[in-house]
Design a protein around this ligand. Structure first.
Ligand SMILES: [Mn+2]
Length: 343
């Protein structure tokens, strides 16, 4: 507890004399990022008279995430409408400078970085950092801050944090520590359970079923690995959602889905194998071609494809698939796979 009390007084010092803070989230933010943003707003609003704004590159796609944004009343502004230099402070949550998955330009340094991804070189220079890569969620860190500062989160924030932890750890089933379990148990009595269920069963857009059908039709099996190319998608959240879904096949240990959105290939990989870590696998796949990162059992990456011809694009995706198979299913590198849904 001592360490966290020190962190809180450090944070107080950093925000002293500031009146505006811009909270930068990863592109296409997930529930963990959204909940952390609402919790940080709560924390700094209690510490001082600070106006918080929120931004991220890319839209919020997944139904659950859109429901959460609405419930939290987060006014998430598109990065292109934000004057980054006009804020006293910049905070970054659930992502870090230089990862390539957020909209803060490389020449700007955030003042505050709180995250549970492995610490990056550029993060070390920032004024306030709290990186706990062993934690299952950034929401767990923010939950600890709130309770240590003796702030009881209102039902909206408690519900969001609870959902953030549950979704990043898949109900405490992946990449979890006892800190995540403790945070979840403290939040549970404060959360709105009816709202939680509504968020989880968020309404989907009609196109959802079309993308689902494409993902299933393209899914190919290589041993205990599945790969699916979703083609063009209207939001990258679809890619991670399908990667989650395909991993549920009882015979599958690794899944990779990818899709094209705004001149980038978005990749998601998932695993329930012990080794190698998904974050390492994604970095091998995108090496020198794009950016990627993540955790032990889930990771994501992006590869820019602007200006590529159709043939070049096909060659690139096939090379990405082979790079993946080389690491997790080497005996199938030269196979074209077996259709998942072939009858
Ligand atoms: Mn997270």
């Amino acid at each position: 507890m001592e360490k966290i009390a020190k962190k809180i007084s450090q944070l107080k010092e950093v925000i002293e004399h500031s009146t505006t803070t811009l909270i930068v989230l990863q592109d296409n933010p997930d529930p963990d990022a959204l909940a952390s943003a609402a919790a940080l707003r709560k924390l700094v609003n209690t510490m001082g008279d600070i106006q918080c704004s929120f931004t991220s590159g890319g839209a919020v796609g997944r139904a659950e995430n859109r429901a959460l944004v609405k419930y939290l009343g987060l006014n998430l502004r598109p990065a292109e409408q934000v004057e980054f230099g006009s804020f006293d402070l910049i905070a970054m949550l659930d992502t870090q400078p230089g990862t390539g998955n957020n909209c803060l330009s490389a020449d700007m340094e955030p003042d505050i970085v709180i995250d549970h991804h492995p610490c990056r070189k550029d993060t070390r220079h920032c004024r306030f950092t709290d990186i706990r890569s062993q934690y299952g969620a950034t929401s767990t860190i923010l939950t600890e801050y709130l309770f240590a500062a003796k702030i009881e989160p209102e039902p909206q924030v408690a519900t969001a944090l609870l959902y953030g932890i549950r979704s990043d750890t898949q109900d405490l089933g992946r990449d979890t520590t006892s800190a995540d379990v403790d945070a979840l148990m403290r939040l549970y009595p404060l959360a709105n359970k009816r709202m939680l269920s509504q968020i989880q069963r968020g309404l989907v857009r009609r196109e959802y079923y079309r993308f689902l059908s494409v993902a299933l039709r393209d899914a190919r099996i290589f041993g205990s690995t599945v790969i699916s190319n979703l083609g063009e998608v209207d939001n990258p959240d679809m890619v991670s959602e399908m990667a989650d879904l395909l991993l549920r096949d009882e015979q599958i240990e690794w899944s990779m889905c990818y899709g094209l959105c705004h001149d980038k290939i978005h990749l998601s990989i998932r695993t329930d194998a012990e080794m190698p870590p998904a974050s390492k696998v994604i970095r091998h796949i995108v090496a020198r071609r794009g950016v990627g990162g993540g955790h032990e059992s889930y990771a994501g990456g992006q590869v820019p494809v602007e200006g590529l011809s159709k043939n070049q694009l096909a060659r690139l995706t096939s090379s990405l698939e082979r790079a993946f198979l080389r690491q997790v299913e080497p005996s199938h590198v030269h196979s074209s796979g077996k259709k998942l849904t072939a009858s």
